[in-house]
Design a protein. Sequence first.
Length: 251
Amino acid sequence: MSDGTPADLFLDAAIGLLQRVRDEEAEAVATAGTLLADTVVAGGRLFAFGAGHSSLPAQDVVYRAGGLALMNLLPAPGLVGVDVRPATLGSRLERVDGLATAVLDTSPLRAGDALVIISLSGRNALPVEMAVEARRRGAKVIGVTSVAYAAQTTSRHSSGTYLKDHCDVVLDSKISVGDAELTLDTIPAPFAPASTVVTSALLQAVLATTAATLAERGTEPPLLRSGNVDGGHEWNARIFAEYADRIFYQH
């Protein structure tokens, strides 16, 4: 670790990663945003999925002020967050063959929908199977992952493939294998992960593109407003009513 406080160094590392994804993933972000806009215009539904800490960016784009009302969370038991006990069970579940298929079998996802799958490593059975099965059912898949893992780790899916191999669009978060930005002589392990910061920013960039693309095509983006500003609840009630058939977190 060089000059600067650990806080400064972490923030500098995060800013550097954000600049990289801005410059290097611009085309993929534009393509993903357009894909979601196409889905909305065609009457499709939008879903986001992530397991463990990869579920945090998925939750960040669902039912929030300034976000698209149509983005739904695709939940899986024991995989959304670290509230499962023991927390280590979530890591084991990500490696279970057949779980993604069971989740999709009981979900509302159908042909013509779009699914964002977030997996930092993209190597476990769950995200790979989720992407394969979603596309088999006629949905479009946007994968958010660190492509570096495919070069430096082995796949845990029976096919030997990674999430990135089964997506219509891939967004590379540029996160290094191990997800830790800092090292210090007095600390035996690298520390300070940045994947949540970068992945959340990538997804918000995609949804900003989606909203702007819809507006350019003459469609009002179905955006939510904060319930803490005057008129917010009334605004949201109108959006919920207009898109009731495509919003599942109210049911």
